[in-house]
Design a protein around this ligand. Structure first.
Ligand SMILES: *Cc1c(COP(=O)(O)O)cnc(C)c1O
Length: 418
């Protein structure tokens, strides 16, 4: 009964759906990279990026994916032999630690498993134990995309301050930027990494490293930084090519310009609210499904769930079978259960994820949920009845209670210095 003549939907946690405006902006012939529109576009682009990050600090742009952004950030502030503390709540936390290890850092991993957020008491004990302040940086993950756990970054900052530890707070916001509330300066984050292909709605290929004065000072204290990763000229270039350490990612920049216009046009508060409400609709459906049968949300605590990705447990082989059914019969692609079990282990087939980041609205989420519902029926997976009604109910409440979205205030732009 395959229905494959409509528009497919990639509902994975990155790369996300690209808006038509972004695609149109990129569909053009090669621009002049020495002068003109592209060159003139850069100051506004960087200041609008900083508004998304809620920082008056700096941003450096790299032609890379998220893994590259991790390496870029670390290369500027962590020297071989220096220690970093990694509070890990999933595959991506561990991944960032592995990048640090590859650069020669001594990596202490605090593993909080796959279902709970960072335990702040354990985090505090680890920091207090470091009496000689050897830990140069804490490598935190705002949302770990494998588990869909969202960590309380503000609380981690408060603990670092209470302990009086000088470590830099570095945060991976690759899955959360422009999806979940994040306020770099207010939360006391020193370095933040992001990438283009998730909440920013641009194809994979751009990595971003935001940093404040404290991090810039740490960079100046480094004996040696790879010329390519060095953020100094990228953040404050004298010549256009210095933004990118070489040729500009021309078309990605046009796409990013269009995406930033959409983001600030909708307004960050409205974007955070939209993601929160769509996530609540998804959880409502999942709660009903899990009343009967094997399906379960990975994260029990609502306060620690991502608003952009939802990890689910369903037991092998249903995770893989459900993904295959949805792709074949509904043209909806769901995410694999990354990091929940090793590939090759039969357990690996017992998980899946829903991506709901960026350019996502009610009909996309409802269509995805209805397709999952049909898949559960087709595969004979027991599940509670009424999930779609429960999701619709959350969205139906919108008219009465949702705050009206406001475009972001232009005056914020004038204040940013990057
Ligand atoms: C996607 C993601 C990454 C990795 O990004 P790539 O572009 O795949 O290298 C890292 N951290 C988080 C939290 C992510 O969501």
């Amino acid at each position: 009964m395959s229905h494959t003549t409509g528009r497919p939907y990639l509902a994975i946690p990155g790369p996300s759906v690209m808006p038509e405006a972004v695609l149109r902006a990129m569909h053009r012939s090669a621009p002049n990279i020495y002068e003109g529109e592209l060159v003139e576009m850069m100051p506004g682009l960087t200041s609008d990026l900083c508004r998304v990050a809620q920082t008056e600090g700096h941003v450096a742009i790299y032609i890379c994916n998220g893994h590259g952004a991790w390496e870029a950030a670390l290369a500027n502030v962590v020297a071989p032999g220096e220690r970093v503390l990694v509070p890990a709540t999933g595959r991506f936390g561990h991944g960032w630690g592995e990048i640090a290890s590859g650069l020669g850092a001594e990596v202490d991993v605090l593993d909080f498993g796959k279902r709970s957020p960072v335990d702040l008491d354990r985090f505090e004990v680890a920091l207090r134990a470091d009496k000689s302040h050897e830990i140069k940086a804490v490598l935190a993950t705002h949302v770990d995309t494998s588990t869909s756990i969202r960590n309380d970054i503000e609380a981690m900052r408060r603990i670092i301050d209470r302990v009086g530890h000088p470590a830099l707070l570095m945060v991976d916001c690759i899955a959360s930027l422009a999806c979940d509330r994040f306020q770099m300066d207010d939360w006391g984050v020193d370095v933040m990494v992001a990438a283009s292909q998730k909440g920013l709605m641009v194809p994979p290929g751009l990595g971003f490293v935001f940093f404040n004065e404290k991090a810039a000072e740490a960079r100046r204290g480094m004996a040696r930084v790879s010329r390519y990763w060095d953020w100094t000229h990228r953040a404050e270039p004298e010549m256009f090519y210095q933004y990118f350490g070489g040729t500009a990612p021309t078309h990605h920049l046009y796409g990013l310009r269009a995406a930033l216009d959409m983001i600030h046009g909708e307004g960050l508060e409205a974007i955070w609210e939209r993601h929160a409400r769509l996530a609540r609709a998804i959880w409502a459906a999942c709660d009903i499904w899990s009343e009967e049968g094997p399906l379960a949300l990975n994260v029990a605590d609502v306060a620690h769930r991502s608003h952009a990705v939802t990890s689910l447990r369903i037991g092998a082989p249903f995770g893989t079978e459900l993904r295959a059914w949805l792709e074949r019969e509904a043209e909806v692609t769901l995410g694999i259960g990354l990091g929940m079990a090793e590939p090759g282990d039969p357990e690996w087939h017992g998980f899946f994820r829903m991506g709901h980041m960026g350019h996502v609205n009610a009909h996309m989420v409802l269509g995805m949920l209805a397709s999952v519902n049909a898949g559960l029926m087709a595969l004979g997976v027991p599940h509670g009845a009424g999930a779609l009604d429960a999701a619709a109910k959350v969205l139906a409440e919108r008219e009465n209670s949702a705050p009206v979205g406001q475009p972001d205030n232009e005056s914020v732009e004038a204040k940013t210095c990057c």
